[in-house]
Design a protein around this ligand. Structure first.
Ligand code: FES
Ligand code: FES
Length: 131
């Protein structure tokens, strides 16, 4: 009986140690995520995107610039820029519009010409991931 209690105590210690190690790792990952979060949008493109929109459909325009599905959100902001959520909108009618790619338009999600300014034209664009 004592051996059984001893092995249970040992097992609990192992579980507690394993849990604490996982907890430390989770905290480290969360800290890394928080420290690498950007608060300024990335210039995804130096030009707008010409897009055909459908009336009544809900769109999520990427405001952070990190999406790989520009000009729309692919959820990457949750990892890289959680303070810059997508801008959601529903067009009233079918239309063709120019959606902002530089992420600095004053009329987001639409292009207002801000991309023509030097700070956008001289900005570094994100590089495609290496394969
Ligand atoms: Fe952003 Fe034109 S692409 S303002
Ligand atoms: Fe940019 Fe979601 S990925 S707003």
């Amino acid at each position: 009986m004592n051996a059984m209690i001893a092995s249970t105590v040992t097992l609990q210690k192992v579980n507690t140690t394993t849990f604490n190690q996982h907890r430390v790792r989770v905290i480290a990952v969360l800290k890394a995520c928080l420290l690498t979060q950007t608060t300024e949008p990335l210039v995804a493109s130096k030009q707008p995107f010409k897009v055909q929109l459908k009336a009544g459909k809900r769109y999520s325009w990427c405001a952070c610039g990190h999406s790989k599905k520009q000009p729309f959100c692919d959820g990457t902001h949750k990892m890289l820029a959680n303070k810059i959520p997508p801008l959601r909108f529903v067009p009233d009618e079918d239309c063709t519009v120019w959606l902002c790619g530089c992420k600095h338009s004053g009329s987001a999600p639409y292009c207002d010409g801000t991309h023509k300014q030097d700070f956008i034209q001289k900005a570094e664009l994100p590089t495609a991931p290496q394969s």
